[in-house]
Design a protein around this ligand. Structure first.
Ligand code: PEP
Ligand code: MG
Length: 546
């Protein structure tokens, strides 16, 4: 039995036969070509086929995981049609007399390295996209030579797939009926492939690193996507234990289905508002299906990331309006742009900082860039006509920041009035309590806002001085630490005493082992990822408050 630790990229379990697939595209063609014109036309044909295929993959992804998570394939289309990529391939063929395969591979590598060397994490990630389109082009060129691409798993097989690396376009094509789980040498929890695996509900363990070489094709494997471990050739006792765990998990999931559309009420009759965290209007399907009491956190920065440019006022207005309308009068809390640190928007070219988590990010950045901020505030004020809107300010550390945002909101409202553009002043304004400062001065902040929303993810990293992105201090970044409990107690009590609503929207809200504690402090609103709605509703229904 061999136990290997990787990164828990997508929750779930699988037991099955392991298929190790380390096939890369072998270059079996000669490097030199006789006819450059012929090679260029082969490339153009492969490119056309690749574009058609990516278009199909995009539409398939759209239907399976929604627009937001499919937009990666729009990036692939843009890369395939990129003029520089084409010029590099054709120059390579013409000037060096090589085949289309060699030119594509060399260009792909060059572009990959170019992205890899960039400082910006978003641009670095584009390197994987270049590899994706390169391998797609090479597949079509291979097909043209009469070589067929090998499928991931043998025909009709079902099991756990192990691959060095998997591209987003390959992940989206995985059929959960055959590929029951995924294990990779590379990758992280936040890579696009991991995000897609979670959307497709394929359990995944990524980042095995050197341990990947210990995997043996055809062996029996247990994959635990909760703990991020794989167990190769498990002994009978481990198998039995896992089988029991899986049965219990499946039963729990099934039982949770009956909590769809129910109210979140404790045994003593206390009504809790159980809301959802979303990043895009497309996330609403699951939210509506499970019957959330509202949207407690709409992280708008993802709109800014995925468009690859600043969304216009009109585009933002439509996105916000769509969410408000679809929630049909239930409250929707939209957070103003919270960029910086882990959430980079490359085209904004923010200055490089030594310590971006504590730098000019979030509301600080917005207040320094009033034009960009006013565009968002105008869109929010216009959308406020279509439902019950809460505007949430992230990373607050002072009362002055709240007052500045209020002033800008008023400025935006006056401008809209002058321009005769319809909008509404009926909205609530809230502060995120996610810095130690905000929690400590929560009594001073409370009179200036209608609600608090406690962001335990950032609050934990700042209180514990442990980077939430750094796996080496993951154990220290503990949201259950007494220091976090004490600071939560302080902020919640200050909010409740001031008579304002207090919600929790960080990951602690989705941790059933913390639900009782939060409710006992006086929290009556929890906002969680859509996948956690039913589990937390179930937990709330089992709690009796004193
Ligand atoms: C938080 O910090 O807890 C939070 C909800 O915001 P984010 O995870 O988007 O930083
Ligand atoms: Mg935060």
């Amino acid at each position: 039995m061999v136990l290997l630790q990787g990164i828990a990229a997508s929750e779930g379990y699988a037991i099955g036969k392991l298929y190790v697939n380390v096939e890369t595209i072998a270059m079996t063609v000669p490097e030199k070509a006789k006819d450059p014109h012929w090679e260029i036309s082969r490339f153009l044909q492969a490119r056309e086929q690749a574009c058609t295929e990516v278009g199909t993959v995009y539409h398939r992804a759209l239907a399976r995981v929604g627009e937001h998570r499919s937009s990666i394939f729009k990036i692939h289309l843009a890369l395939l049609q990129d003029e520089d990529f084409f010029l590099s391939v054709s120059d390579c063929i013409r000037e060096r007399g090589v085949t289309a395969e060699t030119a594509v591979q060399e260009t792909g590598q060059r572009f990959y390295r170019m992205f890899e060397e960039m400082d910006d994490d978003y641009m670095k990630a584009r390197g994987a996209d270049v590899l994706d389109i390169t391998s797609r082009l090479l597949n079509f060129l291979a097909e043209e030579r009469g070589e067929k691409q090998k499928p991931w798993l043998p025909d009709g097989a079902e099991g756990i797939l192990a691959v060095d690396e998997i591209m987003p376009s390959q992940t989206i094509q995985l059929d959960a009926g055959h590929v029951t789980a995924l294990v990779t040498r590379t990758g992280s929890k936040t890579s696009h492939s991991a995000i897609l695996a979670r959307s497709l509900r394929i359990p995944a363990v990524t980042g095995l690193g050197k341990d990947f070489d210990k995997l043996v094709n055809g062996s029996c494997m247990i994959l635990d996507g909760f703990k991020g471990i794989v167990i190769q050739d498990p002994d009978t006792e481990t198998l039995r234990k896992y089988q029991e765990e899986i049965d219990a998990y499946n039963q729990r999931q099934k039982a949770l289905e009956s909590y769809k559309g129910m109210k979140a009420v404790t045994l003593d009759g206390t009504v809790i508002k159980l809301e959802a965290n979303i990043s895009h209007p497309n996330d609403l399907d699951e939210v509506l299906d499970d019957g959330a009491d509202g949207v407690g956190l709409f992280r708008t920065e993802f709109l800014f990331m995925y468009w690859g440019r600043l969304p216009t006022e009109e585009e933002q207005f439509h996105a916000y309006r769509m969410v408000l309308e679809q929630m049909q009068g239930k409250r929707v809390v939209i957070r103003t742009l919270d960029i910086g640190a882990d959430k980079q928007v490359p085209y904004l070219k923010m200055d490089r900082e030594e310590n971006p988590a504590m730098g000019r990010r979030s509301v600080r950045f917005c207040l320094e860039n009033p034009d960009l901020f006013l565009t968002q505030l105008r869109a929010l004020l216009r959308a406020a006509q279509y439902g019950k809107l809460g505007i949430l300010i992230p990373m607050v550390v002072s009362v002055e920041e709240v007052l500045s945002v209020r002033r800008l909101l008023e400025q935006a409202a006056q401008k809209l009035e002058e321009e005769g553009i319809p909008f509404s002043r009926e909205y609530e304004i809230g502060a995120m309590i996610e810095t130690p400062s905000a929690a400590i001065i929560s009594d001073l902040l409370a009179p200036h806002v209608d609600f608090f929303s406690i962001g335990t993810n950032d609050l934990t990293q700042f209180v514990m001085a442990a980077d939430r992105e750094n796996p080496h201090v993951a154990a220290l970044c503990d949201s259950q630490h007494p220091a976090i409990r004490r600071i939560l107690d302080l902020a919640v009590k200050n909010g409740v005493r001031a008579g304002i609503r207090v919600a929790v929207c960080g990951e602690v809200a989705a941790d059933p082992s913390m639900t009782r504690f939060l409710l006992s402090l006086g929290v009556r609103e929890l906002s969680v990822a859509p996948a956690s709605l039913l589990e937390i509703r179930h937990e709330i229904q089992s709690i009796r408050l004193p």
